[in-house]
Design a protein around this ligand. Sequence first.
Ligand SMILES: [Zn+2]
Length: 436
Amino acid sequence: MATTTPEIVLPPLALKAAGDSESQRDVNLAKVLRSPGFPTLVLLLADTVGKWADRVILDFTAQHVGVRQQVDGIWVDLPPMDRPTGDFMLATLKQLCNLDFREREVRQEATFSGQLDPFKYKFHVRCQPVSTGERVQIRVELPRPQPAQLVEMGMRDKAFERVKQMLKRGQGLLVSAALPGDGASMSWKGLRAAGDRFTADFVTFEQRGCIEDDVINVGSVQYDSEEEFEDGFRVMLLKEPDTVFFSQVRSPKIMRLIVEKGLTSKRLMVVQIDARSAMEAVFRLQVLGMTSDEIQQHLIGVVAHKTLRRLCVKCREAFEPDANLLSKLGIQPGRVRQFYKQFDPAAYTTMDNKGNPIPPPTCPTCGGTGFFARVGLFEVLENDATLKSILQSRKKLSEAQQTWRAAGNPTFREEGLAMLALGLTSVEELQRVLKS
Ligand SMILES: [Zn+2]
């Protein structure tokens, strides 16, 4: 093919087009390969999988196209594209997906696959018109195992033992707490996997539109409104499941139904709520309308969760923490000999004889992000004498947290310091997560 632009060496990403038949897939791919948007698309996709990013969002506005990638839960902005470049790339992407590339007014979804040795990838594309233009999401199924069990996610054996016992109680209220976007679905999946092993049968209740698109739930009931929830819940209780999981409960009316209809049915109700810590989740239950007596009577416990990015073991760098840092972290001098930090390419960048920077080679494991996958921090709170005294004394959240910690319960902070001492994460990453 004759070309007037200088040759760009494209990464060897082999794409497979979507289509209803073999010949249609071939035609689509042939069109993609000679389309002007092809190089931009390949560069973006190869960059995405190289960094182990699992989501890309393209925001088409009148002026330009905003590009963001999500790597291990963190959104990173890429330089925006001009509209013609973005439009050509999107037309190519839609062709690859066997979608109508002229259509920009209705939502379209499709899937295609690709291979960049040694890995194979599946890409899920969703194009949606928005008021500013169009929003395109590419979700990547990364070829690395997703932790399914709480222990694989980083929960320590002792804490997992307590969670198992709580699930085995078979009746009462168990709370899964996390902030949306901070691994909320990760711990939720873990708890459900644990529930799957320890309870005979369970049903999940999920608000439509809040469902994680990569989770296919067996026995899931979906609802749009409180009324729909009430009807679905009544029908479901007649079937007498052992355990009911409720994702993201944010309505006092729904919480009231769970307390009055669910908890009195002597079954296990597992409720996912937004909270920064296990103790905050208890306070949140009160905001959702549970009285302190109801909490004492029904609550089994809370499993709260935050996620830390895990340092890439191939490129992380060890350093000796000085006394100042240790005292800031509340660690006694001499207790920890070394911490690890994220690889800093700037420290290894040299100059050629013309003064141009020569960056160090990109780490093949993490794609230069310095992190690889995630690890969970957990707080496990049980409804015990300490909680009882906290609820009865009507303490403020900060005081309640202090009392709980003083009773020997490890908090996110202590769990995080243990991760730091193990070299699993960096000081900056731990501070970022603890602040959130
Ligand atoms: Zn690395």
